[in-house]
Write a protein that binds this ligand. Sequence first.
Ligand code: ATP
Length: 237
Amino acid sequence: ETAPAFLSVWGMKAYYGESYIVQDISFNVHEGEILALLGRNGAGKTTTLRAIARMDTPQVNHGEIWLDHQPLHNMKSHEASAAGIGLVPEDRCIIPGLTVEENLQLAQIAPPIGWSLDRLYELFPRLKERRRQEGVTLSGGEQQMLAVARALARDIKVLLLDEPYEGLAPVIVDEIEKTLRIIKEQGITTILVEQNAVRALELADRCIILDTGGIAFDGTASEVLENESLRAEYLAI
Ligand code: ATP
């Protein structure tokens, strides 16, 4: 409880064009923690991840974002990436025409270099088996693994995952969940955006629920699982 926050978002407002999507949110994430960022469709989850990763949109015109004593709020996305932010977008963005291994090697060109190929293949044996296959021809689950591996190929401190379980069979979700636990043991901090709230809460330490761009709840994952009215109101579970 008293450990200083590792990633800190303070008073952040984010907007596209004329419309504010994230109103004025503040929250902290501790090092090595898995935070589930949940809420209804359109609540602003993706917008929050993109704002932290300093993508060109949304624009952030108020508030501060700090990672391990470094201010992110004035950075461009490549600078936030070099500072240790790894965003895995919902569409996974595997590069067409490149094999699995080439996708990983391309990520390793950008310093600071993170996990080695050997270490990545140890975590994802399936990717090793398929390393000569074109990345975009992998199954959905394998593509998700490749997208996470590619983030780890850079030296990241924080993994931002946007709906990693979407469209995947429960056994594949099990496999990815197991991998995320190992990544946590390596000290990496994760923010997990998921529609599959139950699965996300089983994995997460803490949970933030967004509602129309504001924070409706900030507490432990078990508090959410035990709170029927909270679950019914915001998560429909
Ligand atoms: P979902 O689970 O549906 O992806 P979300 O919580 O991730 O929901 P966001 O994707 O952050 O929600 O979207 C929040 C709001 O911002 C939505 O009303 C959406 O229409 C709007 N929005 C998202 N991207 C843009 C954009 N590029 N330009 C304008 N509005 C946008």
